[in-house]
Design a binder for this molecule. Structure first.
Ligand code: SF4
Length: 354
Protein backbone atom coordinates (compact mmCIF):
# COMPACT_ATOMS: atom_id res chain seq x y z
CA UNK A 1 0.00 0.00 0.00
CA UNK A 2 1.34 3.49 -0.80
CA UNK A 3 2.32 5.65 2.14
CA UNK A 4 1.49 9.31 1.86
CA UNK A 5 4.04 10.37 4.39
CA UNK A 6 7.16 12.34 4.74
CA UNK A 7 10.16 13.23 2.77
CA UNK A 8 9.55 11.41 -0.53
CA UNK A 9 6.07 12.90 -0.90
CA UNK A 10 7.41 16.39 -0.18
CA UNK A 11 10.25 16.00 -2.67
CA UNK A 12 7.97 14.77 -5.45
CA UNK A 13 5.42 17.52 -4.98
CA UNK A 14 7.89 20.38 -4.58
CA UNK A 15 9.96 19.40 -7.60
CA UNK A 16 6.77 19.16 -9.69
CA UNK A 17 5.69 22.59 -8.44
CA UNK A 18 9.05 24.10 -9.39
CA UNK A 19 8.55 22.89 -12.95
CA UNK A 20 4.89 23.62 -13.61
CA UNK A 21 3.74 26.43 -11.34
CA UNK A 22 1.67 29.08 -13.06
CA UNK A 23 3.43 32.45 -13.23
CA UNK A 24 0.84 34.31 -11.12
CA UNK A 25 1.77 37.91 -10.31
CA UNK A 26 1.68 37.38 -6.52
CA UNK A 27 4.20 34.55 -6.88
CA UNK A 28 6.83 37.10 -7.88
CA UNK A 29 6.78 38.86 -4.50
CA UNK A 30 7.42 38.22 -0.81
CA UNK A 31 5.58 41.38 0.23
CA UNK A 32 3.09 40.23 2.90
CA UNK A 33 0.67 43.02 1.95
CA UNK A 34 0.54 41.89 -1.70
CA UNK A 35 0.25 38.23 -0.70
CA UNK A 36 -2.55 39.01 1.76
CA UNK A 37 -4.37 40.99 -0.95
CA UNK A 38 -4.12 38.10 -3.41
CA UNK A 39 -5.33 35.59 -0.83
CA UNK A 40 -8.39 37.63 0.14
CA UNK A 41 -9.28 38.26 -3.50
CA UNK A 42 -8.82 34.60 -4.47
CA UNK A 43 -11.37 33.28 -1.97
CA UNK A 44 -14.24 31.77 -3.98
CA UNK A 45 -13.00 33.56 -7.09
CA UNK A 46 -11.17 32.30 -10.15
CA UNK A 47 -7.52 33.24 -10.61
CA UNK A 48 -8.12 34.79 -14.06
CA UNK A 49 -10.75 37.07 -12.54
CA UNK A 50 -8.51 38.06 -9.64
CA UNK A 51 -5.40 39.11 -11.61
CA UNK A 52 -6.70 42.46 -13.00
CA UNK A 53 -8.19 43.40 -9.61
CA UNK A 54 -4.96 42.52 -7.83
CA UNK A 55 -2.96 44.68 -10.23
CA UNK A 56 -5.45 47.53 -10.01
CA UNK A 57 -5.40 47.50 -6.18
CA UNK A 58 -1.62 47.50 -6.05
CA UNK A 59 -1.45 50.44 -8.43
CA UNK A 60 -4.02 52.47 -6.44
CA UNK A 61 -2.85 51.27 -3.02
CA UNK A 62 0.82 50.21 -3.20
CA UNK A 63 1.07 49.75 0.57
CA UNK A 64 -1.24 48.77 3.38
CA UNK A 65 -1.09 52.36 4.60
CA UNK A 66 -2.43 53.65 1.27
CA UNK A 67 -5.30 51.17 1.50
CA UNK A 68 -6.10 52.07 5.11
CA UNK A 69 -6.17 55.78 4.31
CA UNK A 70 -8.51 55.43 1.31
CA UNK A 71 -12.24 56.06 1.84
CA UNK A 72 -14.12 52.77 2.12
CA UNK A 73 -16.54 53.89 -0.64
CA UNK A 74 -13.59 54.21 -3.03
CA UNK A 75 -12.28 50.75 -2.07
CA UNK A 76 -15.73 49.28 -2.71
CA UNK A 77 -15.75 51.00 -6.09
CA UNK A 78 -12.45 49.41 -7.11
CA UNK A 79 -13.74 46.04 -5.84
CA UNK A 80 -16.92 46.41 -7.90
CA UNK A 81 -17.58 43.25 -9.93
CA UNK A 82 -15.40 40.94 -7.81
CA UNK A 83 -18.35 39.84 -5.63
CA UNK A 84 -18.63 38.90 -1.94
CA UNK A 85 -18.39 42.57 -1.03
CA UNK A 86 -18.04 41.89 2.66
CA UNK A 87 -14.46 40.93 1.81
CA UNK A 88 -13.75 44.46 0.56
CA UNK A 89 -15.10 46.09 3.73
CA UNK A 90 -13.10 43.63 5.82
CA UNK A 91 -9.98 44.23 3.73
CA UNK A 92 -10.23 47.92 4.53
CA UNK A 93 -10.79 47.24 8.22
CA UNK A 94 -7.85 44.83 8.41
CA UNK A 95 -5.63 47.41 6.71
CA UNK A 96 -6.62 49.93 9.40
CA UNK A 97 -5.73 47.48 12.13
CA UNK A 98 -2.35 46.61 10.60
CA UNK A 99 -1.52 50.32 10.57
CA UNK A 100 -2.87 50.97 14.08
CA UNK A 101 -1.56 47.88 15.86
CA UNK A 102 1.61 47.07 13.91
CA UNK A 103 2.72 50.40 12.43
CA UNK A 104 1.79 49.22 8.91
CA UNK A 105 3.96 46.08 9.05
CA UNK A 106 2.23 42.70 8.81
CA UNK A 107 3.27 40.54 11.78
CA UNK A 108 5.27 37.46 10.73
CA UNK A 109 3.58 34.74 12.77
CA UNK A 110 0.31 33.00 12.34
CA UNK A 111 -1.19 33.80 15.75
CA UNK A 112 -0.59 37.52 15.47
CA UNK A 113 -2.04 37.52 11.96
CA UNK A 114 -5.09 35.58 13.10
CA UNK A 115 -5.64 38.09 15.91
CA UNK A 116 -6.37 40.75 13.28
CA UNK A 117 -10.03 41.21 12.35
CA UNK A 118 -10.83 39.71 8.94
CA UNK A 119 -7.89 37.26 8.89
CA UNK A 120 -8.92 33.64 9.46
CA UNK A 121 -6.78 30.49 9.75
CA UNK A 122 -6.46 30.06 5.99
CA UNK A 123 -5.25 33.58 5.21
CA UNK A 124 -3.01 33.68 8.28
CA UNK A 125 -1.37 30.39 7.24
CA UNK A 126 -0.89 31.57 3.66
CA UNK A 127 0.67 34.94 4.58
CA UNK A 128 2.85 33.50 7.37
CA UNK A 129 4.20 30.66 5.21
CA UNK A 130 4.57 32.43 1.85
CA UNK A 131 5.82 35.83 3.03
CA UNK A 132 7.70 34.80 6.17
CA UNK A 133 8.60 31.09 5.70
CA UNK A 134 6.68 30.19 8.86
CA UNK A 135 5.70 26.52 9.18
CA UNK A 136 2.00 27.34 9.05
CA UNK A 137 -0.39 25.15 7.08
CA UNK A 138 -3.32 26.19 4.88
CA UNK A 139 -6.46 24.18 4.30
CA UNK A 140 -8.91 25.09 1.58
CA UNK A 141 -11.17 22.98 -0.64
CA UNK A 142 -8.26 22.01 -2.90
CA UNK A 143 -6.09 20.87 -0.01
CA UNK A 144 -8.93 18.85 1.56
CA UNK A 145 -9.53 17.08 -1.74
CA UNK A 146 -5.85 16.20 -2.16
CA UNK A 147 -5.50 14.91 1.42
CA UNK A 148 -8.76 12.97 1.34
CA UNK A 149 -7.54 11.13 -1.76
CA UNK A 150 -3.89 10.73 -0.80
CA UNK A 151 -4.85 9.15 2.53
CA UNK A 152 -8.11 7.54 1.34
CA UNK A 153 -9.77 9.54 4.09
CA UNK A 154 -13.56 9.74 4.07
CA UNK A 155 -13.90 12.21 6.95
CA UNK A 156 -16.66 14.73 6.20
CA UNK A 157 -14.85 18.05 5.67
CA UNK A 158 -18.01 20.13 5.95
CA UNK A 159 -18.20 19.63 9.71
CA UNK A 160 -16.05 21.57 12.22
CA UNK A 161 -14.57 18.27 13.42
CA UNK A 162 -13.76 17.25 9.88
CA UNK A 163 -12.01 20.55 9.21
CA UNK A 164 -9.94 20.18 12.40
CA UNK A 165 -9.00 16.69 11.28
CA UNK A 166 -7.72 17.94 7.90
CA UNK A 167 -5.93 20.86 9.59
CA UNK A 168 -4.08 18.37 11.76
CA UNK A 169 -3.02 16.45 8.65
CA UNK A 170 -1.85 19.70 7.04
CA UNK A 171 0.06 20.74 10.18
CA UNK A 172 1.90 17.43 10.23
CA UNK A 173 3.04 17.80 6.62
CA UNK A 174 3.99 21.50 6.50
CA UNK A 175 6.98 20.87 8.73
CA UNK A 176 10.18 21.17 6.67
CA UNK A 177 11.83 23.48 4.15
CA UNK A 178 9.87 25.85 1.95
CA UNK A 179 6.55 25.81 3.79
CA UNK A 180 5.10 28.52 1.55
CA UNK A 181 5.93 26.58 -1.61
CA UNK A 182 4.63 23.38 -0.03
CA UNK A 183 1.27 25.02 0.67
CA UNK A 184 1.09 26.51 -2.80
CA UNK A 185 2.09 23.20 -4.38
CA UNK A 186 -0.76 21.41 -2.61
CA UNK A 187 -3.24 24.03 -3.77
CA UNK A 188 -1.83 23.95 -7.30
CA UNK A 189 -2.14 20.16 -7.40
CA UNK A 190 -5.77 20.42 -6.27
CA UNK A 191 -6.52 23.18 -8.79
CA UNK A 192 -4.91 21.60 -11.86
CA UNK A 193 -4.44 17.81 -11.42
CA UNK A 194 -6.35 16.43 -8.44
CA UNK A 195 -9.49 18.18 -9.66
CA UNK A 196 -13.09 17.46 -8.56
CA UNK A 197 -14.89 14.47 -10.06
CA UNK A 198 -12.19 13.10 -12.39
CA UNK A 199 -8.69 13.38 -10.93
CA UNK A 200 -5.92 13.31 -13.56
CA UNK A 201 -3.91 10.61 -11.84
CA UNK A 202 -1.87 9.89 -14.98
CA UNK A 203 -0.31 13.35 -14.66
CA UNK A 204 0.05 13.33 -10.90
CA UNK A 205 3.50 13.73 -9.34
CA UNK A 206 2.44 11.98 -6.13
CA UNK A 207 0.46 9.11 -7.68
CA UNK A 208 2.83 6.53 -6.22
CA UNK A 209 1.98 7.80 -2.71
CA UNK A 210 -1.77 7.90 -3.22
CA UNK A 211 -3.97 5.42 -1.34
CA UNK A 212 -7.18 6.72 -3.00
CA UNK A 213 -5.80 6.04 -6.46
CA UNK A 214 -4.63 2.56 -5.54
CA UNK A 215 -7.92 1.58 -3.94
CA UNK A 216 -10.07 3.18 -6.63
CA UNK A 217 -11.83 5.52 -4.21
CA UNK A 218 -10.29 8.81 -5.37
CA UNK A 219 -13.13 9.99 -7.60
CA UNK A 220 -15.66 9.68 -4.72
CA UNK A 221 -13.53 11.69 -2.32
CA UNK A 222 -13.64 14.00 -0.47
CA UNK A 223 -16.82 13.15 1.38
CA UNK A 224 -18.81 16.33 1.89
CA UNK A 225 -22.25 16.52 3.49
CA UNK A 226 -24.79 18.24 1.23
CA UNK A 227 -24.88 22.03 1.11
CA UNK A 228 -28.24 23.72 1.51
CA UNK A 229 -29.57 24.77 -1.89
CA UNK A 230 -29.86 28.53 -2.53
CA UNK A 231 -33.34 29.69 -1.51
CA UNK A 232 -35.36 31.42 -4.26
CA UNK A 233 -36.29 35.05 -3.56
CA UNK A 234 -38.19 37.51 -5.75
CA UNK A 235 -37.76 41.29 -5.81
CA UNK A 236 -38.85 44.29 -7.83
CA UNK A 237 -36.06 46.70 -8.78
CA UNK A 238 -36.80 50.32 -9.57
CA UNK A 239 -34.50 52.20 -11.90
CA UNK A 240 -35.23 55.89 -11.53
CA UNK A 241 -33.73 57.91 -14.35
CA UNK A 242 -34.17 61.39 -15.76
CA UNK A 243 -36.21 61.65 -18.91
CA UNK A 244 -33.25 63.25 -20.65
CA UNK A 245 -30.22 60.99 -20.67
CA UNK A 246 -27.56 61.42 -18.05
CA UNK A 247 -28.41 60.48 -14.46
CA UNK A 248 -29.82 57.66 -12.45
CA UNK A 249 -30.88 57.49 -8.79
CA UNK A 250 -29.27 54.70 -6.81
CA UNK A 251 -29.92 53.66 -3.22
CA UNK A 252 -27.05 53.10 -0.81
CA UNK A 253 -27.16 49.87 1.21
CA UNK A 254 -26.59 49.94 4.95
CA UNK A 255 -22.93 49.15 5.74
CA UNK A 256 -23.62 45.71 7.16
CA UNK A 257 -25.31 42.78 5.41
CA UNK A 258 -25.73 41.80 1.79
CA UNK A 259 -24.03 44.24 -0.63
CA UNK A 260 -23.18 46.44 2.38
CA UNK A 261 -22.36 50.05 1.40
CA UNK A 262 -22.95 49.50 -2.33
CA UNK A 263 -25.20 51.54 -4.61
CA UNK A 264 -28.01 49.90 -6.58
CA UNK A 265 -31.48 50.49 -7.96
CA UNK A 266 -33.60 49.92 -4.83
CA UNK A 267 -35.00 46.40 -4.46
CA UNK A 268 -38.50 45.95 -3.04
CA UNK A 269 -40.14 42.83 -1.72
CA UNK A 270 -43.01 43.05 0.71
CA UNK A 271 -43.06 46.23 2.75
CA UNK A 272 -43.03 48.76 1.31
CA UNK A 273 -43.95 47.20 -1.99
CA UNK A 274 -42.82 48.89 -5.19
CA UNK A 275 -46.44 49.97 -5.84
CA UNK A 276 -46.78 51.59 -2.38
CA UNK A 277 -43.44 53.38 -2.49
CA UNK A 278 -43.81 54.71 -6.01
CA UNK A 279 -47.42 55.82 -5.42
CA UNK A 280 -46.35 57.75 -2.30
CA UNK A 281 -43.54 59.40 -4.29
CA UNK A 282 -45.84 60.30 -7.19
CA UNK A 283 -43.75 58.25 -9.61
CA UNK A 284 -45.26 56.58 -12.62
CA UNK A 285 -43.69 53.16 -12.91
CA UNK A 286 -43.65 51.26 -16.18
CA UNK A 287 -44.58 47.59 -16.53
CA UNK A 288 -41.61 45.27 -15.89
CA UNK A 289 -39.02 45.34 -18.64
CA UNK A 290 -37.81 41.83 -17.84
CA UNK A 291 -36.42 39.64 -15.09
CA UNK A 292 -32.77 39.46 -14.04
CA UNK A 293 -31.66 36.13 -12.52
CA UNK A 294 -28.72 36.18 -10.14
CA UNK A 295 -27.45 33.45 -7.82
CA UNK A 296 -25.64 34.21 -4.57
CA UNK A 297 -24.19 31.58 -2.26
CA UNK A 298 -27.45 31.22 -0.28
CA UNK A 299 -30.07 32.84 -2.44
CA UNK A 300 -31.33 32.57 -5.96
CA UNK A 301 -32.70 35.98 -6.91
CA UNK A 302 -35.29 36.76 -9.57
CA UNK A 303 -35.50 40.53 -9.95
CA UNK A 304 -38.27 42.13 -12.03
CA UNK A 305 -36.88 45.35 -13.43
CA UNK A 306 -39.06 48.47 -13.61
CA UNK A 307 -38.21 51.94 -14.75
CA UNK A 308 -39.62 55.31 -13.70
CA UNK A 309 -38.70 58.54 -15.42
CA UNK A 310 -38.22 61.83 -13.61
CA UNK A 311 -38.91 65.06 -15.44
CA UNK A 312 -36.36 67.07 -13.43
CA UNK A 313 -33.17 66.78 -11.43
CA UNK A 314 -35.06 67.00 -8.14
CA UNK A 315 -34.63 63.99 -5.84
CA UNK A 316 -37.75 61.86 -5.61
CA UNK A 317 -39.33 61.94 -2.16
CA UNK A 318 -39.11 58.28 -1.56
CA UNK A 319 -39.69 55.83 1.28
CA UNK A 320 -36.79 53.44 0.84
CA UNK A 321 -36.94 49.83 2.04
CA UNK A 322 -35.18 49.20 5.33
CA UNK A 323 -32.00 47.85 3.72
CA UNK A 324 -31.00 51.34 2.49
CA UNK A 325 -29.74 54.53 4.05
CA UNK A 326 -29.95 57.15 1.27
CA UNK A 327 -30.64 57.84 -2.37
CA UNK A 328 -27.84 59.29 -4.56
CA UNK A 329 -27.84 60.78 -8.03
CA UNK A 330 -25.14 59.13 -10.12
CA UNK A 331 -24.11 59.89 -13.72
CA UNK A 332 -25.11 57.38 -16.36
CA UNK A 333 -23.18 55.60 -17.84
CA UNK A 334 -21.57 54.89 -14.48
CA UNK A 335 -18.09 56.38 -14.04
CA UNK A 336 -15.29 53.82 -13.48
CA UNK A 337 -14.94 52.87 -9.84
CA UNK A 338 -18.64 53.32 -8.98
CA UNK A 339 -19.39 50.97 -6.09
CA UNK A 340 -22.05 48.77 -7.64
CA UNK A 341 -22.46 44.98 -7.69
CA UNK A 342 -22.70 42.79 -10.77
CA UNK A 343 -26.42 42.37 -9.99
CA UNK A 344 -26.92 46.16 -10.05
CA UNK A 345 -25.05 46.39 -13.35
CA UNK A 346 -27.33 43.73 -14.88
CA UNK A 347 -30.45 45.58 -13.67
CA UNK A 348 -29.21 48.94 -14.99
CA UNK A 349 -28.23 47.42 -18.32
CA UNK A 350 -31.72 45.96 -18.78
CA UNK A 351 -33.46 49.22 -17.84
CA UNK A 352 -31.22 51.73 -19.59
CA UNK A 353 -29.51 49.98 -22.46
CA UNK A 354 -32.41 48.11 -24.07
FE1 SF4 B 1 -5.25 13.04 -6.74
FE2 SF4 B 1 -4.92 11.00 -8.43
FE3 SF4 B 1 -2.85 12.39 -7.54
FE4 SF4 B 1 -4.15 10.78 -5.91
S1 SF4 B 1 -3.03 10.18 -7.72
S2 SF4 B 1 -3.46 12.85 -5.45
S3 SF4 B 1 -6.23 11.05 -6.65
S4 SF4 B 1 -4.51 13.16 -8.84
Amino acid sequence: MPTADGAALRRSLLSWFDQVKRPLPWRATRDPYAIWLSEVMSQQTRVETVIPYYEKFLSYYPTVRHLAEAPVEEVLGHWSGLGYYRRARMLHRTAHEVVARHDAEFPPDRDALEALPGIGPYTAGAVASIAFDAQASVVDGNVVRVFARLFDDSTDARTPRGMSHFRARADALVVGDRPGDWNQALMELGATVCVPREPRCMLCPVASHCAGRERGTAAELPRLSKKAKPVPAAFDALVIAREAEGDVWLAERKPEGLFGGLLEPPLFDVAPSLAEASHAAGLRVDAPLGVVAHTLSHRKLAVSVHRASLPSLAAPVFVLPEAYVALHRVPWPLPPGTRVSTLARKILALALET
